[in-house]
Write a protein that binds this ligand. Sequence first.
Ligand SMILES: [Zn+2]
Length: 390
Amino acid sequence: MKEVYLKVLPMVFVILVIPFLVYLSSTKKEIPVFDENNVQKKVNEILNSNQDKELVTNESYDKFIYLAFHKEKEDTHYVIDAKTGEETTLLNYIKEEKREDFFHKVSELLHLKYPKFIADFLSGEEKISDVELKENELILYYNKDGLNPMVEEELFLHVNYNEVKEDLDFTLSLDSEYENENGYHYDKTKKTVALTFDDGPNGEKTNRILKALEENKAHATFFMVGNRMEYGKDTILNVLNKGCEIGSHSYNHKNMKRMKLKDIISGEEKTHEIYKSITGKDLLYTRPPYGSINNQIKESLNTIFVNWNIDTEDWLHRDKDKIIEAVLKDIDDGDIILMHDSYETTVEAVEELLPILYAKGYQVVSVTELANLKGITLENHSMYYFLKEV
Ligand SMILES: [Zn+2]
């Protein structure tokens, strides 16, 4: 009897006690280390140290407590983990398996808002310096150290909560009407210049300039020569597709002052007809070849004339650095810049110059956009060299 007892006891131990011990140890792991004292202590500590500020938010979410304060122009906020009572960041509440998805969406929004050189630089978690929680959105703030060229403005992105809620480990109740930052906008309060290119269309070179413009949230006006248009239909349509615009640069690039008036008029008519047959649209402006014009021609043509006040002399120097220097040395709000989309060096200059202008706080637009931003109504028979608010 005793032997049997001795045999059964270890079996009871194996069958009942060990599973029970395993069960105990596993449930113990799942019990959260929930330290209410620590959490409350931390909240009080933060409330105390911010007494001179207005408490704007004191919200408990499933996994954290969010406190926000306001004082004059300064906003501060704190994220406190609801388990540990430690200060943390909202980036720690993105679902692990959704992190890639989340940062992919953020990168797409960055590319809608900023030029490519900035959006490429900021895409990635490590450039985010802070995340703020607002009613319907997260605001990501960025560290721009190392960005070349360095931009003057603060870099941040509003992300609609609805768009990323699947990726987040917390829930907000919010306004369904709210929309994302939906891309780039030209801003009336910013310094603005119009960029213009003469003598096209020039196929590959024009298209590369369009690509550089697109990557830098910029537009331009292209003054094209009538007798070249038939050979550059695709380029012309590409210019319009990219949000840029086209004006006349005469039919055959002759100096109008040395032409008979009737030949000037018929040349302009021919150019307009060709352009209309390709695009279905009207040409907006005329830039006389060499900028050369007199009052009689101005009175005779029913169009708006646009020249320039910054001449890069790109056709003369064919030197990328000189073109960039010519723009940067005199540039000012409201200027109209002259280049030619005929030269490799001009294409390279544009690619390098646009990020620099952005960094210096300039937006680069077409003539029409510049006039609109400056509130100037352009009139037929008038010549414009720049467009500045009066
Ligand atoms: Zn020209």
